[in-house]
Design a protein around this ligand. Structure first.
Ligand SMILES: Cc1ncc(C[n+]2csc(CCOP(=O)(O)OP(=O)(O)O)c2C)c(N)n1
Ligand SMILES: [Mg+2]
Length: 376
């Protein structure tokens, strides 16, 4: 394991790659661009046109789905709070997309993009938010407290550090069962890093050399608490060395860099190099939740490079590299919008849970009167 002083996000992500661009192959008469990114599988963290396109499409799905969720919330159709990840999709998708079946994933409240990349669906998301009894939580839990634990997809207990330990637990269980080559990932806020549960989780992961990847979305605020009131170290990546973890930095609103850095971190964890700590600076482009107008975020910060919209940036990069065409981008937008509209109309007609029929267990653990979940 690399016991790490902070490793600077590699600027080694090649800007160009050899061969025909994907978009050039799929769109007629598109000007070919020469790109130099290595083909898939050649190196840990290599960023291919294929993964970038998939990531962009997933970010788009997350963004449009969350816009719909915000509208449903404002029209009173969603019970409980709605917490969104606008501006954090590039970082979120990069973790979800690098995990695979058999891995453990604990997404938090800003991880709609990571969830979709890990295999969650627009349908199941809407079912949970709208309280359909056909959803994975059977319409009985708060919207972000959803998951499929038996598939390694943990339902969130708390946004503030608790999930690091559940991922460690999942990884230790896999170790006991003799499963190898697995990774557990979670993405938390910089405020969560100050909590005791974060400390306990990453310390155990380092001691046990667990294949854990913790991604920190440093969006500069923990609700309305700014970083200078949150931690006193100059650089959060430096914390990795204190625990005995490898540390990495990613450019939080640059999709290609997020894919590259998190790809490297996931590969290192999978290869047995112990826990990996990735810190990315960015800004959430919405309030803490839809009830919050985020008026405490200074305008200069919003206008700074941190405030750039990762979705716009990803679109521009893919277009410039010839990995996406304007037509594909607008076709994808229309197709995703249509899917979201059709799915939400369908879900709104589905039945709510019937208290008379319910056993009130959160999952299929019959006979135990226990529920899982927490409150934000
Ligand atoms: C013990 C506790 N205190 C407060 C809250 C309410 N709360 C949920 S998330 C959050 C802020 C988290 O900030 P950060 O970790 O930076 O993540 P971000 O919201 O910025 O993504 C707060 C105060 C909570 N869930 N639990
Ligand atoms: Mg934060």
């Amino acid at each position: 394991m690399t016991k790490a002083p902070a490793t600077k996000a590699s600027s080694s992500v090649p800007k160009k790659a050899a061969g025909k661009s994907i978009a050039a192959k799929t769109a007629s008469k598109k000007i070919e661009k020469v790109v130099t990114t290595p083909p898939a599988g050649t190196a840990a963290g290599s960023v291919t046109p294929e993964i970038s396109r998939r990531a962009y499409r997933t970010m788009l799905e997350a963004r449009l789905l969350e816009e719909k969720l915000a509208a449903l919330y404002r029209s009173g159709k969603i019970v409980g709070g709605v917490f969104l990840g606008r501006g954090q999709e590039a970082l979120s998708v990069a973790l979800g997309i690098h995990l695979r079946r058999g891995d453990v994933y604990a997404p938090l409240i800003r991880d709609q993009a990571g969830r979709l990349a890990f295999g969650d669906t627009i349908l199941d998301t809407l079912r949970t938010y709208l309280g359909s009894s056909l959803g994975s939580m059977r319409g009985r839990d708060g919207n972000i407290h959803r998951g499929r634990p038996s598939e390694g997809y943990h339902a969130m207990i708390s946004h503030l550090g608790a999930m690091v330990s559940t991922v460690c637990g999942g990884l230790i269980a896999k170790r006991f069962r003799g499963e190898t080559g697995v990774v557990g990932g979670t993405c938390i806020g910089e405020g969560g890093v100050s909590t005791g549960s974060f400390h306990e989780g990453v310390n155990m992961a380092a001691v046990e050399k667990l294949p854990l990847v913790v991604v920190v979305a440093n969006n500069q605020f923990s609700y309305s608490t700014p970083n200078e009131r949150q931690f006193a170290c100059a650089d959060l990546v430096a914390k990795a060395a204190g625990y005995g973890m490898a540390g990495h930095r990613a450019e939080g609103n640059d999709l290609i860099d997020c894919l590259h850095v998190i790809g490297k971190a996931v590969a290192a964890a999978r290869a047995g190099e112990g826990p990996q700590f990735v810190v990315a600076d960015l800004l959430r482009l919405v309030g803490h939740g839809e009830h919050d107008d985020a008026s405490y975020i200074p305008a200069e910060l919003k206008k700074s490079p941190l405030g750039r919209d990762c979705l716009e940036l990803a679109r521009t990069t893919l277009l410039e590299r010839g990995w996406l065409t304007e037509k594909e981008a607008s076709d994808w937008h229309a197709a995703v919008e249509k899917e979201i509209e059709e799915t939400s109309s369908k879900v709104m007609r589905e039945p709510a849970p019937d208290p008379a029929e319910e056993d009130w267990n959160a999952f299929a653990t019959l006979g135990r009167n226990r529920t899982v979940g927490g409150s934000e």
